[in-house]
Design a protein around this ligand. Structure first.
Ligand SMILES: O=C(O)c1cc(=O)[nH]c(=O)n1[C@@H]1O[C@H](COP(=O)(O)O)[C@@H](O)[C@H]1O
Length: 271
């Protein structure tokens, strides 16, 4: 089953639009991980096991692993664990790749062959040929940055490009021309609900990955009202820090589970 079908099935099965972001920062870990050489893996495994029942997807962020010696091996083990234990939950590798075709081919191999991710985040700035090596894996998801969650999103993404803002041109082009195998999705920040509404209007029922609720200040009600499809799905609403660091004490996993369940329920209230 391809990424998009797996995601749609999981939305229904778990009755959840919550994506659990795995951004492990050892400085914020509970004390028990201080002398643990496998802390990145062990912490994320505990969080994943505690939150899986509330998750429509997991999203490990590669920088939080690659920043540490041996971190990528722990990411590889983590995704292997997720694929083995939770085969119904898609794993999105957040790597925001984008480069000339020959290099992109290596990045696609990294995401899909080495790490075994179901989907990867991509930067569309370099154009179609930079996306093709990823799109050719037509059972995997290609999730392109469209309107990001950060303040600087306005610097370039909202520039007028012949009568429409760049982010809408990106949305339209990907929906119309790049999605021939139906394996594309877009990233839209929760912090820009009006832009989310405009994007939804041009991409039909394409799935949208929505970071920026919680720590970045995005509002769940505004996200669901402006971004959900007619059937009340269409969204992967990500939370990372708000779940991972719900507690620094011995109850960190239970606290993460409570935070995930609460956010899932809050999302569902507005669907
Ligand atoms: O592609 C992303 O996931 C992403 C895009 C974006 O526009 N904004 C954004 O915050 N993200 C990622 O989403 C996560 C947000 O984390 P929290 O703010 O802690 O929930 C981080 O892993 C970011 O790298």
């Amino acid at each position: 089953m391809g990424f998009i079908d797996k995601l749609r099935a999981r939305w229904q099965q778990a009755d959840s639009l919550l994506c659990v972001g795995l951004d492990p920062d050892p400085a914020k870990f509970p004390d028990r991980f201080v002398d643990d050489d496998d802390a990145l893996f062990n912490f994320c495994r505990d969080i994943s096991d505690a939150t899986a029942e509330y998750a429509c997807a997991f999203k490990p962020q590669i920088a939080y692993f690659a920043a540490h010696n041996g971190g990528e091996a722990q990411l590889q083990r983590l995704i292997a664990h997720l694929n083995a234990e939770y085969p119904d939950i898609p794993v999105i590798l957040d790597a925001k790749r984008g480069d000339i075709g020959s290099t992109a081919q290596q990045y696609a191999c990294e995401a899909f062959e080495r790490f075994g991710a179901d989907a990867v985040t991509l930067n569309p700035y370099m154009g179609r040929d930079s996306a093709d090596p990823f799109l050719q894996y037509n059972d995997r998801g290609c999730i392109f940055l469209c309107h990001t969650s950060n303040p600087g999103a306005r610097d370039f993404q909202e520039l007028d490009v012949g009568g429409e803002p760049l982010y809408l041109r990106i949305a339209r082009t990907i929906a119309r021309d790049w999605n021939t195998d139906g394996n594309c999705a877009l990233v839209v920040g929760a912090t820009y609900p009006q832009e989310l509404r405009a994007i939804r209007a041009v991409v039909g029922d394409m799935p949208l990955l929505i970071p920026g609720v919680g720590a970045q200040g995005g509002d769940v009600q505004a996200v669901v009202e402006n971004g959900a499809t007619a059937d009340g799905t269409g969204l992967m609403i990500n939370a990372s820090r708000g779940i991972l660091y719900a507690s620094r004490d011995a109850d960190y996993a239970e606290a993460a589970a409570r935070a995930a369940r609460t956010l899932r329920d809050t999302i569902n209230r507005w669907r």
